[in-house]
Design a binder for this molecule. Structure first.
Ligand SMILES: *[C@@H]1O[C@H](CO)[C@@H](O)[C@H](O)[C@H]1NC(C)=O
Ligand SMILES: *[C@@H]1O[C@H](CO)[C@@H](O)[C@H](O)[C@H]1NC(C)=O
Length: 799
């Protein structure tokens, strides 16, 4: 109890004493808060959980808002009075001259510098009116007899607080996305964009009943309780993964159109996602804007179709525009089609035809001036012609392709410029250009069989996902925070992650004296910062990106935080200098311990090797499946696996693939990422690169961990030099003969766990398969963990 009091009182004291601030409990008529005083005068709820007043949106830009006082790390704004527009957000007032005042007639108003009313409560309860902020976060206006005449809980913005009802009269809105009760009593999410409106949750392809919703309870109310249950009268329910009392929570529609439950970690002051509604982000409508495609193949990202480019490079909601001028009256023979493999746009069909040939479908669109694209599904021969392209997806299991109409005279670039938002490496997309009548166009027969199979698989996945939604079990929620916008993201990380000056880093490294290593991306130096923190400073050699792009990407990498990934503390971008500042990892890289100078003095024992294999897999799984912007590493090898003093693996250099200079017109071996011996065969085949390249490289590393030999370079076996593939054949033979000990490093003298070694070798083989057969890193982690005989020591991991 004493501790609780202390917690409550401390913020109060620190406000009053340190800054001369005087938080208000109550506002009476005739009083006001000035914009200039925003950091001194504000409301505080009696238990100090919430604050209300002017919130600094940017320099000189304020909003009248309520926020969680207690989330020091990331301020969570839960309500805002200022007018909101989907395209540009809250319109702020000027810091100088703006006021929040309670008039003598009892009207609470927000005025801007010129005295104009920006917002008002429209109450007229007389001169004994009071305004208070309750412990629940509800701002209430009461009349002289203490009746509530207005409350912020009745006009929510993008957030619902515990105890606050979402009713038939209210909705949560963020950007173009709305959460509301529909006329049939079902809680839905709607994309309400400038051009189109469509429902995306629950799945519009199924009835309310199949989606597990009840249309017959007309109460229309949804509420988040103190235990972390969000329950809606139509039967929808989410339970927070940390359900229980005493935790501060909120439900927010994020800018990406998903609604998520967040819980505050009181010790770190950070918000963790503990539940969410839509699991597959590509199902959110409007995510990639008009003409844009949501692509899951190499991790979540938005892409533009071939020969299209982003309207606003900072905002995918605005979609893509063609890079050519289209003259609709031009004769059909002046057009060609460009293929987007496995692409499709949901809805807005001009026409759809079943059981027609590809050529017929092609001709329909070609001869129709309003048709700008068509999707053709092999197998059943479905043909969809479209004049408006929204809700696009590239889905590897989709048994069809999309074709964009492009003027024949337009010189299509094979690879549209790198406008992809994720940190994946390699050439963007695999857009190939087809002319009518080209041979490759008809060669789809063979594919159909496979894709039918995958379609069934996708349907099963879809059904499973539905089940997940219906039962309200959230296995797949992410444990990181999704900021509402890029700027919030920047703010969020400024505490730990920062920009350094070149001079600072030159001093920290003693003029770049002590070299720790050299890699493809640059040279790494040891440095000591002003606060005595030891860091590794990487000087990048071939970054040609502009300041802004570099900053945007580095900030994304800086947000990635996982025990098995080397943490980035900051960066420097001055003139042509581009430097990255990393956490310093005590020991050397894995290669030194496996085959280098360290291996003689301190050979890695079996349990250390197993732990390193598992840690590396976890780090990669995090990059591929869990972090905000999914990342493909592209250069997994022992040199990039650093070891802490406790031999915990930490992967270095992730995200650099995106920073490295990429020539978008010629992509070939010389521009290839990765290191010979560890690179997957698809690099050479010029196939689109996805997370499976890392799985391949991980397989090679796994074999090296088990054997203690640089097998990627080939080796001498029975006095014969064999290459890596021959080694794999030989190892497979040995394993099937049941003698895994012949593969394991002899230097261990038989001191290893047979079950673990067998599992590791088997995983390695599966990683080296043709890529569709390779497992995902998540699956690998699961298999490795199932043979962890020290399982009890890692209860904190929750894969
Ligand atoms: C309708 O929903 C409300 C709120 O969730 C609930 O209390 C009530 O029991 C429901 N009514 C029926 C008939 O299910
Ligand atoms: C809060 O964060 C700390 C540090 O990350 C962690 O150890 C602790 O378990 C978290 N608490 C809760 C309730 O999640």
């Amino acid at each position: 109890m004493a501790a609780l009091l202390y917690l409550v009182v401390l913020p109060l004291l620190s406000f009053t004493i340190c800054s001369g601030a005087s938080p208000w409990q109550t506002m009476t008529t005739g009083s006001h808060i000035k914009g200039e005083d925003h950091d001194k005068v504000f409301f505080l709820s009696p238990d100090a959980t919430f604050s209300c007043g002017f919130y600094e949106l940017g320099t000189n830009a304020l909003t009248f808002s309520i926020w969680y006082t207690t989330s020091a790390e990331e301020r969570a704004v839960v309500w805002t009075a200022n007018p909101y527009s989907a395209g540009s957000g809250y319109s702020p007032v000027n810091k100088y001259g703006s006021r929040i005042s309670l008039n003598h007639d009892g009207n609470l108003i927000l005025t801007d510098t010129n005295g104009s009313t920006v917002w008002e409560s429209k109450t007229s309860s007389g001169k004994h009116t009071t305004v208070t902020l309750l412990n629940s976060g509800n701002l209430v206006i009461k009349d002289s007899s203490n009746n509530i005449v207005w409350q912020s809980f009745h006009s929510p913005t993008d957030t619902l607080l515990p105890g606050q009802n979402l009713t038939k009269d209210t909705r949560l809105v963020s950007g173009y996305h709305h959460l509301y009760f529909d006329n049939d009593n079902v809680l839905r999410m709607l994309y309400d964009g400038p051009e189109i409106t469509s429902i995306y949750w629950p799945s519009p392809d199924y009835s309310a009943q199949i989606n597990g919703r009840n249309r017959f309870n007309s109460t229309r109310v949804a509420v988040l309780d103190d235990m972390g249950n969000f329950v809606s009268s139509d039967g929808f329910k989410i339970e927070a993964s940390d359900s229980g009392p005493g935790i501060k929570r909120r439900i927010t529609i994020d800018y990406d159109g998903n609604f998520r439950m967040y819980s505050l970690n009181a010790s770190t002051g950070k918000w963790n996602v503990t539940g969410q509604a839509v699991i597959q982000m590509c199902y959110v409508h409007g995510l990639c804007g008009k003409n844009g495609l949501c692509d899951y193949s190499g991790g979540l990202k938005c892409i533009c179709p071939p020969d299209y480019e982003m309207v606003d490079p900072k905002n995918w909601n605005k979609g893509c525009k063609p890079r050519f001028l289209i003259d609709r009256n031009s004769a059909p023979e002046n057009f060609k089609f460009v293929k987007q493999p496995h692409g499709d746009y949901y809805g807005f069909d001009l026409s759809s035809n079943e059981s027609i040939s590809f050529e017929a479908c092609w001709n329909i669109c070609l001869n129709r001036s309003t048709c700008i694209s068509f999707t053709y599904k092999g197998g059943d021969g479905w043909c969809y012609n479209k004049d408006l392209l929204y809700n696009g997806q590239v889905y590897p299991y989709f048994p069809g392709d999309n074709y964009m109409k492009v003027p024949k005279s337009f010189n299509s670039s094979t690879y549209s410029i790198s406008k992809q938002e994720n940190l994946a490496c390699g050439p963007p997309g695999s857009e190939s250009e087809l002319m009518l009548g080209s041979a490759s166009m008809y060669g789809t027969k063979k594919d159909n069989i496979n894709w039918t199979y995958f379609y069934v698989f996708a349907a099963i996945l879809g059904a499973l996902e539905l089940l997940v939604i219906v039962t309200g079990w959230y296995f797949f929620f992410k444990k990181h925070n999704i900021p509402k916008s890029m700027e919030d993201g920047y703010k969020m990380i400024t505490n730990q992650f920062r920009q350094f000056t070149y001079r600072e880093l030159r001093e920290a490294t003693g003029k770049f004296k002590e070299e720790l290593g050299r890699g493809g991306a640059g040279i790494v130096y040891r440095g000591v910062l002003g606060d005595k923190k030891i860091v590794a400073v990487k000087k990048l050699t071939d970054v040609r990106q502009g300041e802004e792009e570099f900053w945007a990407e580095v900030t994304l990498i800086g947000r990635i935080n996982h025990i098995n990934l080397v943490r980035m503390w900051g960066f420097c971008s001055e003139g042509t200098n581009r430097l990255l500042v990393y956490e310093y990892v005590e020991n050397e890289s894995l290669d030194k311990y496996l085959f280098g100078e360290r291996s003689t003095e301190s050979l890695l024992g079996w349990s250390q090797r197993y732990k390193i294999a598992l840690g590396t897999a976890r780090g990669l799984a995090y990059l591929h499946h869990e972090c905000l912007e999914w990342v493909v590493h592209c250069d997994v090898k022992p040199e990039n696996i650093l070891l802490t003093r406790d031999f915990e693996a930490k992967i270095a250099d992730f995200g650099l693939a995106k920073l490295a200079k990429r020539d978008s017109t010629s992509f070939n071996f010389t521009h290839m990422r990765g290191t010979m011996g560890y690179i997957a065969p698809e690099w050479a085949l010029n196939l689109p690169i996805n997370a499976k390249v890392d799985v391949y490289s991980y397989g090679v590393v796994l074999l090296e961990i088990v054997t203690g030999i640089r097998v990627s370079n080939g080796l001498v076996l029975d006095q014969r030099q064999i290459d890596f593939l021959e080694f794999v054949q030989e190892a497979k033979r040995i394993l099937s003969a049941g003698s895994v000990s012949d593969i394991v490093d002899d230097r261990l003298h038989g001191r290893f766990d047979t079950e673990q070694a067998t599992a590791m070798v088997k995983i390695a083989f599966s990683c080296l398969e043709e890529r569709s057969k390779r497992p995902t890193m998540d699956e690998i982690v699961k298999v490795l963990m199932s043979c962890d005989n020290e399982e009890d020591f890692h209860p904190a991991y929750s894969y």
